[in-house]
Ligand binder design. Structure first.
Ligand code: FES
Length: 106
């Protein structure tokens, strides 16, 4: 997927895994994960979302979600699909098999 050295703590990076758009996340606490690439609200790209701690904020209408758990913060019913992610020998690997992006009602 990418080298962990290319995804610094506090950064996100859009990527495509087996044709699926994801956003790689590396939190300030050192957690590396991958979330769906489109916002559950109106499918705006999360490539330019803002990461603050574990909180990912969509730039379109400012929905906030936890990038590690996938749980909605504001609104609480927002939810992100989380893709299994591993870091092995400094490389980030993401599996998209069986994980479907989530859409939420407004
Ligand atoms: S599209 Fe992301 S908050 Fe509306």
């Amino acid at each position: 997927m990418c080298d962990l050295d290319d995804l610094w703590a506090g950064e996100i990076r859009p990527a495509v895994v087996e044709g699926v758009k994801v956003v790689l996340v590396h939190t300030d606490d050192g957690v590396v994960t991958a979330v769906q690439g489109q916002c559950p609200h109106q499918k705006f790209s999360l490539a330019d979302a803002e990461l603050s701690g574990d909180k990912l904020t969509c730039p379109m209408h400012l929905w906030e979600m936890n990038a590690v758990t996938g749980c909605g913060i504001n609104p609480s019913h927002a939810e992100l699909a989380i893709y299994p992610t591993k870091v092995i020998d400094g490389r980030v690997y993401v599996s998209v098999t069986g994980v479907v992006p989530i859409s939420a009602r407004s």
